[in-house]
Design a protein around this ligand. Structure first.
Ligand SMILES: [Fe+2]
Length: 283
């Protein structure tokens, strides 16, 4: 029975849509030092819905530009190539994250709002500790729970068994997922990120966002996403059934050299950053 389910989950990951080829082309252009803003704008403009989502996000309260951004090239100049990459990815995955996930008690749009929140908090932590590309942290935060979109169905069916394990087996929700279903949501997310050809440090950050102490490739990035995840849950943004089950890992705090005062400071800054949740509403 368990083996059949394991195979089903692997199959579901295989069936996950690949990133649209236009999105891959846009990412390639962004990473190519020889490409120009015109090249990028041309590619983006070919997709009307992507264009309007980029402009909507670029004009959201979060980015806080006083003038209205009317064109993709203006958005690119103001926000930079790497931020445009984040916005393109966010607008692409927003649809995948919009559905209700009954297994995790997440209502419609909850996962999306929560992921966007975690992404913004991740980026902020990355900026505070001055890592070279804060947008990588944004993308890690955005996608860390994408595995829930696949696992929810199985969690729903095995909900009682999982909760029983948590209550009587004295293990975390994540461990119970793994024990009962064969995978936890972070491992499923890791497989999706691999399928999308993400760089290996991002794959690791998604896969280990609840167990940063296992990190080998980029402990700093994993720790940022982990702390941002815990703050997101603490702020109570669409937390769902396992939301309060996760704490700050001492490993992550040490890796980022954060004292308890620093953490308090990050929490209050995060609160200010996400105050206008309507600005995330892309769907
Ligand atoms: Fe998670």
């Amino acid at each position: 029975m368990r083996d059949i389910r394991l195979n089903h989950i692997v199959q579901k990951v295989n069936d996950m849509p690949v990133l649209p080829s236009r999105v891959n082309r846009i990412i390639e252009l962004i990473e190519d030092p020889n490409s120009t803003i015109d090249d990028l704008e041309k590619e983006i403009l070919m997709d009307q819905s992507l264009t309007s989502k980029i402009l909507k996000l670029a004009n959201s309260a979060y980015y806080g530009y006083p003038r209205k951004i009317n064109t993709v090239s203006q958005a690119t100049i103001l926000l930079g190539f790497q931020t445009i990459k984040s916005i393109v990815l966010a607008s692409t995955v927003s649809k995948m994250m919009a559905h209700e996930l009954k297994g995790y008690a997440l209502g419609e749009n909850d996962l999306w709002t929560q992921s966007q929140t975690c992404a913004i908090i991740s980026r902020n932590i990355a900026k505070e500790i001055k890592i070279s590309n804060p947008e990588t942290a944004y993308i890690g935060g955005l996608l860390r729970d994408i595995g829930k979109t696949i696992l929810s169905y199985y969690v729903e069916r095995e909900y009682n068994a999982i909760v029983n394990k948590v209550e009587f087996g004295n293990i975390s929700f994540l461990e119970a997922e793994e024990e009962i279903l064969g995978f936890n949501h972070a491992q499923v997310g890791e497989k999706i990120a691999e399928k999308w050809n993400f760089p290996e440090d991002l794959v690791e950050a998604i896969g280990l966002h609840h167990t940063p102490e296992k990190s080998i490739i980029n402990p700093t990035l994993v720790s940022i996403v982990h702390i941002a995840d815990a703050i997101t849950m603490m702020l109570g943004v669409g937390i769902g059934v396992d939301g309060l089950a996760y704490n700050f890992s001492p490993f992550a705090l040490e890796t980022l050299n954060l004292s308890s005062i620093d953490v308090e400071d990050l929490i209050s800054k995060s609160h200010d950053l996400i105050i206008d949740r309507d600005s995330f509403d892309l769907i």
